[in-house]
Design a binder for this molecule. Structure first.
Ligand code: ADP
Ligand code: NI
Length: 216
């Protein structure tokens, strides 16, 4: 198989796996991360095959859906079934391990240029108009209020802490994660796109508070 055929097969496999997921981690999230990865990666010195494959597979090993090991085994088994060699498989799983958000004050180091690109793309989909839509979809799914003026946001110091999150509101999630992402972007293109999306969220929040108080 050519690399393009492998990418196509992977996209089909992932589309099948994620069909029906509606928390914001559906196939279309992966599709957007894939497309964003391609536009960001085009301006970086990266192996685009690794970038595209990791973007497509990045949520298979997400902690919320699989125990991390189980997710990884699934990735490895799938890649091996495509006939990819161990070295490539190892590089793809390292990229995927690097990219997930682990809490406001947890330092997430990336070990490759490819991981920086895919991480930026994944972060972009959590901010801007898309990020707002996903946050409220997720909040609704886990039964959170849109906003509660009496509950303050928390800066999570550990991954454990972030995973637990408590009874926060979706608006708090903006302060706990979404508004922090702009300063965590790795690439120049990622930073530029994040800046625009960040400004859009600020406009949204400003109007949200005004409308909450009947002032707009
Ligand atoms: P990803 O794996 O895409 O980086 P996550 O798994 O952390 O993102 O979350 C999926 C989506 O749900 C993201 O858009 C994220 O911002 C949103 N989300 C995660 N936790 C919360 C929360 N506590 N409240 C609202 N939205 C959330
Ligand atoms: Ni993702």
């Amino acid at each position: 198989m050519t690399n393009d055929e492998i990418i196509k097969r992977t996209a089909e496999f992932i589309e099948g796996e994620f069909k029906g997921e509606s928390t914001g981690h559906d196939w279309w999230h992966i599709y957007r991360v894939w497309k964003d990865s391609v536009s960001i990666g085009a301006k970086e010195n990266v192996d685009m095959f690794l970038v595209e494959m990791s973007a497509l597979l990045h949520d298979l090993s997400d902690f919320k859906f699989n125990e991390e090991k189980e997710g990884q085994n699934k990735v490895v088994a799938f890649l091996a079934s495509l006939g990819l060699d161990d070295e490539i498989i190892k590089r793809i799983t390292l990229i995927i391990e690097d990219i997930s958000f682990k809490g406001a004050e947890v330092d997430a180091k990336t070990r490759s240029e490819e991981a920086k690109v895919v991480q930026d793309a994944d972060r972009l989909d959590a901010i801007g108009a898309m990020g707002i839509a996903r946050a409220f979809a997720y909040g609704g799914k886990v039964g959170r209020p849109l906003y509660d003026p009496d509950v303050r946001a928390t800066m999570h110091k550990s991954f454990e802490d972030y995973k637990k999150h408590g009874n926060s509101s979706t608006i708090n999630h903006f302060y706990e994660k979404l508004l922090l992402l702009k300063n965590k972007m790795n690439t120049k293109t990622g930073k530029e796109l994040a800046q625009q999306r960040h400004e859009f969220m600020e406009i949204f929040l400003d109007r949200f508070y005004k409308e909450w108080e009947g002032k707009a």
